[in-house]
Write a protein that binds this ligand. Structure first.
Ligand SMILES: NC(=O)c1ccc[n+]([C@@H]2O[C@H](COP(=O)([O-])OP(=O)(O)OC[C@H]3O[C@@H](n4cnc5c(N)ncnc54)[C@H](O)[C@@H]3O)[C@@H](O)[C@H]2O)c1
Ligand SMILES: [Zn+2]
Length: 356
């Protein structure tokens, strides 16, 4: 039987291939942001008031929302506040939203931009070290839910990410440390200049960035490179989870606020390095080097007391872990990460015991 419809070839809807996310380091970002569209709105972390006074006029923002925000407020309820404001100021499809703040703010505002009017253009102006080298880059946006972190979200690339280390001059010490957890992670999975450089850097004096500017730039470029190889995270982007398997479980078990994310990732990295020695014959010298960095930056080297059974339960609770088995990012060498699946609980318990 030949009817008309059966002769039609398969049809394809092509997703947009022209999406570009520019990541600019330092320089003339104000002009670049101002050129993104006819109407710019700024949503900023309310704590950044002195910066807002400067940035708002510099980019020609037509309205500014100062959002009180923290990890605990990274929720759909806060997204609703952003929607309500966007509605109130009459945002349309050609409105551009600039998100200025740490990773909590950029994740949340990016998610609002991904969903408002089924997606409007946004740009990120990350102000914390963690957001400059990691969170604001790569288009993963989202919020926390009652049943877990970052469980509601989208992939929505910002048109521009402007990384300017001058914002770090007002960043509190503990937030520097939390960003350093991610810098360290990138140095371990990528190796090269960054790994060599970190051994020679102290935290900058308050109010300064010191010699960290090129480190911020290099770490951001490593994130760009990894994301470019694997935007939707089924391959190399998983390497960015180095240190995060145990790190997330620790944060979750101890309750958010006891250890910052970066502190937990630091401890998680030490566990991952110990496991790398056992499973992939990584030289123990790497762990020694990393301990030295962490000590000099004031990151904790010992673990608060945790119940291993409970920690293991949290490690394996995740749905993906239940279906496919827990996947670990371990190192064969510095700069040579591998995914490893059959890590025995005894090995993890031993690695943790060495930290207490
Ligand atoms: N999307 C991703 O790919 C990705 C990757 C890693 C982390 N994240 C997310 O990032 C979040 C953590 O980000 P964060 O560590 O930036 O937290 P954050 O946004 O809470 O910022 C940390 C603190 O520093 C303050 N702050 C930020 N910039 C400042 C500045 N220049 N001067 C003074 N104070 C400043 C903030 O007000 C806040 O109190 C988490 O929610 C995490 O899930 C996302
Ligand atoms: Zn992280």
């Amino acid at each position: 039987m030949m009817d008309n419809t059966s002769q039609k070839p398969d049809m394809v809807i092509q997703s947009r291939q022209d999406t570009r996310s520019r990541v600019v380091i330092g320089g003339q970002w104000a002009e670049l942001l101002a050129s993104l569209g006819p109407r710019l709105l700024l949503v900023a972390d309310a704590r950044l008031d002195p910066w807002i006074e400067v940035v708002g006029p510099a980019i020609g923002a037509q309205s500014v929302l100062r959002l009180p925000i923290s990890e605990a407020q990274k929720t759909l309820a806060t997204v609703q506040q952003v929607y309500a404001w966007l509605g109130g100021v009459g945002a349309t499809r050609d409105t551009v939203v600039v998100a200025m703040g740490g990773g909590v703010l950029t994740d949340l505002v990016g998610y609002a931009a991904a969903t408002y009017l089924r997606g409007i253009t946004w740009a990120a102006l990350p102000t914390s070290l963690l957001a400059q080298v990691d969170a604001a880059i790569g288009g993963k946006v989202g919020v926390n839910t009652d049943w877990g972190k970052n469980l509601v979200g989208a992939f929505h690339l910002p048109a521009v990410v402007a990384v300017d280390s001058q914002f770090l001059t007002t960043l509190p010490r503990r937030e520097w440390r939390t960003g350093l957890g991610e810098v360290m992670k990138s140095a371990l999975i990528h190796g090269g200049w960054l790994y060599e450089r970190l051994g020679h850097l102290e935290l900058p004096p308050p109010g300064e960035v010191g010699e960290w500017e090129p480190v911020v730039a290099e770490t951001a470029s490593i994130k760009v490179e990894v994301v470019n190889r694997d935007l939707y995270e089924d391959g190399p982007r998983m390497f960015l989870n180095f240190g995060h398997t145990v790190g997330h479980a620790l944060e979750n078990l101890l309750g958010y606020g006891v250890l910052t994310h970066g502190e937990a990732v630091g401890l998680g990295s030490l566990v991952a390095l110990r496991l790398s020695e056992e499973y992939l014959h990584l030289s123990p010298q790497v762990r020694e080097t990393v301990r030295r960095w962490m000590a000099s930056w004031g990151l904790p080297l010992t673990l608060p007391r945790v119940d291993f059974e409970e920690l293991w339960e949290r490690l394996t609770r995740d749905k993906k872990a239940r279906v496919r088995g827990l996947t670990w990012v371990l190192l064969h060498e510095v700069g040579a990460p591998r995914l490893v699946q059959d890590v025995r609980p005894e090995s993890v318990q031993r690695a943790l015991a060495e930290l207490s």
